[in-house]
Write a protein that binds this ligand. Structure first.
Ligand code: FAD
Length: 313
């Protein structure tokens, strides 16, 4: 079995999601190749070559691949597909954009958001907002899967780097053009990969309270800020901070939920966190059912007190 992993990267930097996808591929058994498609992306290819378990890195470096538009990257992957039994990508925005197109062009089923690999053709994935885990056996000759990076450990660094081979770039199908990207800049760690997340809900009641009540605790802990959809919909924070079924799915070492009720759609995004702390003034709030530590308290008193205690450490 030979598996192609589509790398997630920022040209000069390989994203950790790639190392996690490589470890998911490792559980299928067989030889792992990593495709790094981008523009000026040799540094990312070199980082991929250094991952344990990777036998070969394919480097596709061209201006047409610079923004990882689904059409040209899918054309590239489909062109390489005859040499592979499985094609796999992390379920990031790019992976979720590119792989369904690849699956459709190959006329096979895509298996999305895999959280466990039980064999070369047997996978587990969440359905119903994570309330049911479905086990899927694929009979397709070629498997196309996206894997949830937070469910797999990152592949370690190899003793010796794998070779890097340059591949030919197919003609750009020209169906889409890149216009611009608007990125929110923050000094805080990125929500998706943060070790600690301090999250706020509707109870925060304003954007200002996120900054004055939640942010000091987050910054002292070196944490990312997250939010419930109610807080995002109310305009307290931008929607890239939303945690949950329709936001980001994360599994930090520590998740501190402040004034969040714990609706199933929110739990779907954070319940795999290693340690969950909940602060809520309602003792019956559902968040306490998943919390390792629960504090029934008014967050406007408890969070500043927690901050003072942490800052004094
Ligand atoms: P609420 O449910 O209003 O809870 C506020 C909590 O704060 C309460 O438990 C209350 O006791 C507590 N509280 C109030 N004041 C204080 C105080 N002073 N101190 C301490 N505690 C206090 N939600 C998400 O979060 N992410 C998603 O991705 C998501 N996707 C969805 C997708 C669909 C299709 C649907 C239908 C819903 C989705 N939702 C999502 C919404 C979800 O159902 C809930 O409405 C939302 O999570 C509630 O947010 P909340 O907990 O902040 O607000």
């Amino acid at each position: 079995m030979t598996i192609l992993v589509l790398a997630e990267h920022h040209d000069t930097q390989l994203d950790e999601a790639t190392a996690k996808a490589v470890s998911a591929a490792g559980r299928m058994g067989g030889e792992i190749h990593v495709l790094v498609a981008g523009s000026g992306c040799r540094a990312a290819a070199e980082a991929a070559a250094g991952l344990a378990g990777v036998a070969l890195v394919l480097l596709a470096d061209a201006p047409s691949l610079s923004n990882r538009l689904a059409e040209p990257v899918a054309a590239l992957v489909v062109g390489l597909a005859s040499g592979y039994d499985a094609i796999l990508a992390p379920s990031t925005t790019s992976g979720r954009n590119i792989l369904p197109r690849v699956a459709a062009l190959l006329d096979v089923m895509q298996i999305s958001d895999v959280i466990a690999v039980d064999g070369p053709d047997l996978f587990q994935r969440p359905i119903y907002a994570g309330n049911v885990i479905q086990t899927v056996r694929s009979t397709d000759a070629k498997k196309v899967l996206t894997v949830r990076a937070s469910s797999f450990p990152a592949a370690s660094i190899a003793a010796a780097a794998a070779p890097i081979e340059t591949v030919a770039i197919p003609e750009d199908p020209g169906r889409s053009t890149f216009v611009r990207s608007e990125l929110s800049r923050s000094e805080r760690p990125e929500l998706a990969g943060a070790r600690i997340v301090v999250s706020g809900g509707r109870a925060l009641a304003s954007a200002e309270n996120f900054e004055t009540v939640l942010a000091p605790l987050a910054d002292t802990l070196g944490a990312a800020i997250g939010a419930s959809r109610a807080a995002v919909d109310a305009g307290y924070v931008s929607n890239d901070l939303q945690v949950g079924q329709t936001g980001k799915i994360i599994a930090p070492d520590l998740y501190i939920a402040c004034g969040i009720s714990g609706a199933i759609q929110h739990l779907a995004g954070m319940k795999d966190s290693r340690v969950i702390v909940a602060i809520n003034k309602d003792p019956d709030a559902p968040i306490f059912q998943v919390a390792d530590y629960g504090l029934v308290a008014d967050l406007f008193e408890a969070v500043p007190e927690l901050h003072t205690a942490v800052a004094a450490e």
